[in-house]
Design a protein around this ligand. Structure first.
Ligand SMILES: NC(=O)c1ccc[n+]([C@@H]2O[C@H](COP(=O)([O-])OP(=O)(O)OC[C@H]3O[C@@H](n4cnc5c(N)ncnc54)[C@H](OP(=O)(O)O)[C@@H]3O)[C@@H](O)[C@H]2O)c1
Length: 273
């Protein structure tokens, strides 16, 4: 159950996913306002919730509106133009929850004021089906109840975890933020390899997709570790062992993944400036 008033700034892909999750967790439409330039028609949930207020611009907000939480879900390139208009809400105990990738707490603080209560979060795309994972990092002024409400809001779209050291956000971005793309690539490359091994493209794609999603579901529902589940599939001298000899050789999957995660973390640091 989500309690309190929420102002969602930006209702695109991730904002919509959050909104869907909040309604599923019992957030009352009268306790939420949305600022989204594309207007009410662009917000899918608005037709199901007539009481939901969608404004096209921050200037339309009632001057005395002081939400418990402002959630920033705009694109990084819009952040510095959008965020300062909400700075006055800091005085009323509002906590600002930003999911804007690559925007550090120090830059948020520069836009909102030194005394503003901030929480930075990094969700990932499975949030759109309620199966994401969001990592949250509190600013120095965020109190326990403000952190709790931010966690509850992010938990509406999946699992949550906290970090205390914001520098870890670059590695988080590289693992869970960008990670869904690595899994999609795994399906693509597995399907391509199946075609090279003689299967039709249709069957190979079906096999690769069902295998990756089925293995993920098995892993999520099992008490065994990844390594244990892998060993269960691997008979000594068998077909899986032959494939794993290739994947686990030097310059194999481990080296590739280390390189990929290091490159993403480096890029995250560069984008944060
Ligand atoms: N999608 C992901 O998987 C993911 C994962 C982690 C973090 N994030 C972060 O989440 C944020 C949103 O990403 P997204 O994929 O949801 O982007 P998106 O679909 O482009 O959504 C951003 C929304 O912000 C709106 N907007 C623009 N100017 C605004 C303003 N002045 N006031 C209020 N809203 C405004 C945009 O409206 P218009 O389209 O009309 O301009 C758009 O609807 C980004 O910062 C991204 O880094 C996303």
């Amino acid at each position: 159950m989500i309690e309190g008033t929420v102002l969602l700034v930006g209702c695109g892909n991730m904002g919509s996913a959050l909104l869907k999750g909040w309604f599923a967790r019992g957030l009352n439409p009268v306790d939420i306002m949305i600022v989204e330039p594309a207007g009410r028609e662009s917000v899918a949930a608005a037709s199901e919730h007539p009481a939901l207020v969608v404004l096209s611009d921050v200037s339309e907000l009632p001057t005395d509106f002081t939400p418990d939480v402002v959630v920033f879900a705009v694109k990084p390139q819009n952040a510095k133009d959008v965020i300062p208009a909400y700075a006055h809400m800091a005085e009323s105990g509002t906590v600002f929850l930003s999911i804007i990738a690559g925007l550090p707490l120090a830059k948020l603080e520069a836009l909102l004021g030194a005394n503003s209560a901030l929480v930075r979060a990094m969700p990932n795309t499975p949030a759109s089906i309620g199966q994401g994972i969001s990592v949250l990092c509190p600013g120095s002024q965020a109190g326990p109840s403000q952190k709790r409400v931010c966690k509850v809001l992010m938990a509406a779209v999946g699992q949550t975890a906290w970090i205390e050291n914001e520098a870890d956000m670059d590695a988080v971005t590289a693992v869970s933020g960008s990670g869904p793309a690595y899994v999609f690539l795994l399906v693509e490359t597995l399907a391509e390899a199946g075609v090279k091994a003689g299967l039709s493209p249709e069957l190979s794609e079906q096999l690769a997709l069902a295998t990756v999603s089925g293995a993920g579901a098995l892993l999520a529902s099992s008490n065994s570790s990844c390594a244990q589940l892998r060993k269960v599939v691997t008979s000594p001298g068998g077909t899986t062992a032959a494939a794993l000899d290739v994947l686990m050789a030097s310059n194999g999957m481990s080296d590739l993944m280390n390189g990929a995660v290091a490159a993403a973390a480096k890029r995250s640091r560069e984008l944060a400036g």
